[in-house]
Design a protein. Structure first.
Length: 158
């Protein structure tokens, strides 16, 4: 199969890659570009572990083709911290121990970032609804919700 040449923006950087027409963006990120933060939990759009932001929209990268990133803006977990400075959501996930094995964590962080960008002052119900597409088999969800609430307070004050 002939490759597809793609020019896109990932975490603010222009990136060019070749992929197969049927290759998912998740596989491109992980296997071609070495961005292994997004995880493959299910590969069928059910778990949210592969969440990324594509042109300001939260998507499951396992359901997007690598070729579809042409000319678009991709944000992944690798772009969330600035150098050694963690994003407030990352900091609060640590402080609240809102992770155990960590497989779901990049997806939760990206989904929470998208949620707070659109709704900086969410209620607990809105947080639970906003993160409903992300599954965690370890922590239960309370610590994650508390971490997002705490991060929202910090970000409002900033
Ligand atoms: S791996 Fe994409 S939703 Fe589960
Ligand atoms: S911390 Fe293990 S799946 Fe969420």
């Amino acid at each position: 199969m002939a490759g597809v040449a793609v020019l896109t923006t990932i975490n603010g950087d222009n990136v060019e890659y070749l992929c197969q027409p049927d290759e998912t963006l998740l596989d491109v990120l992980r296997d071609r570009l070495g961005l292994t933060g997004a995880k493959e939990g299910c590969g069928t759009g059910d778990c949210g572990a592969c969440s990324i932001i594509l042109d300001d929209r939260l998507v499951c990268s396992c359901l997007v083709l690598g070729a579809e990133a042409e000319g678009r803006r991709v944000e992944t977990i690798e772009g969330m911290a600035h150098g050694d400075r963690l994003h407030p959501l990352q900091q609060k996930f640590l402080e609240h121990a809102a992770l155990q094995c960590g497989v779901c964590t990049p997806g939760f962080l990206i989904a929470a970032k998208d949620l707070l960008a659109k709704n900086p002052d969410p209620t607990e119900e809105e947080i639970r609804f906003g993160l409903a597409g992300n599954l965690c088999r370890c922590t239960g969800y309370d610590k994650i919700v508390r971490a997002v609430q705490d991060a929202a307070s910090v970000m409002k004050g900033a």
